[in-house]
Design a protein around this ligand. Sequence first.
Ligand code: CS2
Length: 489
Amino acid sequence: MTQSLSLSTFARLPLAIRPHYDPAALRAGIVHIGTGAFHRAHQAVYTEEALAADYGDWGIIGASLRQPGVGDTLRAQDSLYSVLTRSAAGSGVRVIACLRDVIHTPSDPQRLPALIASPQIRLVSLTVTEKGYGLDPATRSLDFTHPDIAQDLRAPHLPASTVGTLFAGLHARRLAHGQPLTVLCCDNLQHNGRLLRQLVLAFAEQVDGATARWIESRVAFPDTMVDRIVPATTPATLDEVEERLGLRDAAAVWGEPFMQWVIEDAFAGERPRWEAGGAQFVSDVKPYEDMKLRLLNSSNSLLAYLGYLGGCDYVYQAIALPGYAQLVRRFMQEEAAPTLSMPAEQDLGAYQAQLIERFGNTALPHRCHQIAMDGSQKLPQRFLAVVRDNLAAGRPVRLSALAVAAWMRYVGGADENGRPIAVQDPLAQQLQAAAQGSAADIVDRVLGMRSIFGEDLPRSERFRGELVAALQRLQQVGSRAAVMEYVTA
Ligand code: CS2
């Protein structure tokens, strides 16, 4: 049987595909909450580059707030893992060693706050997905009725939620020594740093005003835009990695060659030299966040819903269907791009063309079903922000409405052949119940869900009309034919 990747087998790997330092000697300076595939294929890779250029105490301790699985797998191989990069141009593998441990917080709820409080830790970063913050998506405020948040407010010393855990760590840090800290949100949310700061402060105000004041003055929450397509690992990923390494790596991840990280240059203290890996430090991340959320993520969701309904498993198959690439191009050009205002050096046309190419990467199959997940949390920043801007400016919202209508059809829970869809969404049950019946009934019920659409959008007759028209076409002719109608109209 092939041996596993671990500290004892690491040194026999060629230097070209692994770091040169001794992983066992690397001290941690970062805690990362949410050690899923995206973090391992993105921020950890940038950190590895930073260490190669400028070695220092920037090892990462990962924390998983939910499933113990990832941590168990990683710990069994001394937290070493590899990243496989795949595209039509070829593939390559590298081993990442900067992740130095992974803790499972439900098994030991005090451990993560204690780490956040430790003076050795200067950065806490997060990828817990859009739904991981206890956020009310429409008002972008902390949802005090969220069960995890309500529970943590009752017992703040034994936190389970992301925001409650951050608060507990920051509170302990203030009491222990008061050294500043940077908290870096790396989820696909608009103004993610600013937003997380508001959420943590809202929680802190309820528990300890002095800690809230301390957070305001000593903790930095820079905004970030993160980008890399990282599909869920498959057995084929693990087999290919094994072939290339000669070692079994059960924690391998895979991603495309493209990577981008734009970070607000507003840290509370030191940081790794991430620019060595190509990270951009800017004074205002918002234009980049908007560009990514409104062009990449929205087009990704558009393809996921219409692709899934059109019978495709993967995004590269969806974009190859007649009319689909044209639909994405037109959505970007006619509805999303007009809402953006970018710095002169950013070529939006080239960015859009590159996206079409990235979505078409046949070497990296990305499941429509994976992207379709958690739509209630994703739609506000991907489509509804675009719709609001366009309604206000009197511009079209037709293609955005088609995407939102496709989501409404998807969350109904049955595909175009009547087969069940396993919808994964915090609001799955309510959505499924609401999304039955005629197009007009579905639109009225779903559009009335304030946590998604707010108070304003249900009042827009124009948006409502476009949604009903789109959903009717999807119901009557199916998604493939509806796409053709929309792109030829
Ligand atoms: C995708 C993202 O799953 C999704 O919702 O749109 O994970 C997307 O692949 C990444 O944000 C790309 O950076």
